[in-house]
Design a protein around this ligand. Structure first.
Ligand code: MTE
Ligand code: MO
Length: 363
């Protein structure tokens, strides 16, 4: 767990819930922090422990039959010589909110029991992966890349060794909007978030954004790793035995910047605040219910968060009668999709997108 050195940054308990080597941001810790998430409050999802790498000695090796020549090495200085670009994007774990499969739908999924805090939004700056792949001699016959991390091999508690964290990505995504990020919110990438260089794949499941990047295989045939065969597919009664296709984009969600089971005074006029996000389109509407879903009203939107980032929202509420209450938020994006009441279950609990019933007590 965190006790064996999984996470380097200090974790104030009021900002994080710790699950093993993973630290979940408490959603209420985002209140008042602005559009982007400060590094100090950004969730950490590690398969093992955070490696401490020397940026000056670091090299990225790009290799494989999808290059026209041989393997090529790039230093951080080489990447900095490419035209820098900034992507304002969330990184969100595919399993974010999976604990609600258990608490709202009565079916527990395997994996870290995240509530809604396995997400953060930052300004990521770096070199376009397409620029670097072309410098490396990309062949037009390449179909997949396989980025791989320099962190320890992933060994489960029952002894299965899955090797280094790596997950194939189709060349079309690699050449679209993916960057080799060396800055986060204007500073160097911190150790827990992939220092010195991570991949940043906007809108895609967090596992696509490989941290502590060491090498990238470029291939003319499809590539496989446990991260696109065993993990990050949807398995369960609703899916074929081989699972769904490997997961690509995240989904649509919203959350209140309030602790679960918060106590709110019944006599005060509160401003309920929250965030909504989608990997498919911009957020166009957030509705809030303070009576367990019987009635809904539109919240005020404070950003024009694009696809792959988020939008802050707020609405006033004067609770009145003391006792337990349920707050619900329901987001709609520019594709016209609205958060559903339930999410079809999958055994690993990915892509939960249903409306969260947020319990509070009115005092
Ligand atoms: N990259 C490496 N090398 N090792 C990892 O354990 N975890 C992945 C991804 N990249 C991981 C990784 C997962 S599952 C997620 S959700 C994101 O990193 C989390 O990014 P963060 O820790 O910066 O929030
Ligand atoms: Mo993840």
């Amino acid at each position: 767990g965190a006790a064996d050195g999984g996470i380097v940054k200090p974790l104030p308990p009021e900002w994080f819930t710790v699950h093993g080597t993973n630290a979940e941001s408490r959603f209420e810790a985002f209140a008042g922090t602005g559009f982007t998430t400060p590094v100090s409050r950004f969730f950490v999802r590690n398969h093992t422990k955070t490696p401490l790498l020397d940026a000056a000695a670091w090299k990225l090796n790009i290799w494989g039959d999808g290059l026209t020549g041989g393997a090529r090495e790039f230093t951080l200085a080489d990447l900095r010589r490419c035209k820098p670009v900034t992507r304002t994007a969330f990184v969100e774990c595919a399993g974010n909110a999976r604990n609600f499969f258990k608490t709202q739908q009565g079916q527990a999924a395997s994996g870290t029991p995240w509530t809604t805090g396995a997400i953060g939004t930052a300004h990521w700056r770096g070199a376009r992966l397409s620029d670097v792949l072309r410098k490396a001699g990309l062949s037009d016959r390449a179909v997949d890349i396989m980025p791989r991390g320099l962190d320890d091999e992933y060994v489960t508690s029952n002894g299965t060794n899955y090797g280094r964290v790596r997950r194939p990505m189709p060349i079309a995504k690699a050449l679209d909007d993916v960057i080799l990020a060396y800055e986060m919110n204007g500073g160097p990438l911190p150790p827990d978030h992939g220092h010195p260089v991570r991949l940043l794949a906007p809108s895609w499941v967090g596992i696509s954004s490989i941290k502590w990047l060491g090498d990238i295989e470029v291939s003319t045939v499809p590539l496989y790793s446990p991260w696109n065969t065993d993990f990050y597919r949807l398995y369960g009664d609703a899916y074929p035995p081989e699972g769904s296709a490997p997961l690509t984009r995240q989904t649509l969600k919203s959350a209140f910047e309030l602790p679960l089971n918060a106590t709110l005074s019944g006599r005060t006029r509160h401003r309920l605040t929250g965030r909504a996000w989608s990997a498919e389109g911009a957020i166009t509407r957030v509705e809030v219910s303070t009576d367990g879903g019987a009635s809904w009203r539109s919240a005020q939107l404070h950003d024009h968060g694009q696809r792959g980032s988020w939008t802050r929202w707020s609405t006033p509420w004067k609770p009145g009668r003391p006792g337990p209450a349920e707050l619900l938020s329901r987001a709609t994006d520019s594709t016209g999709r609205t958060q559903p009441e339930t999410t079809v279950f999958n055994t690993q609990g990915y892509l939960f997108d249903a409306v969260v019933r947020h319990p509070v007590t009115v005092s």
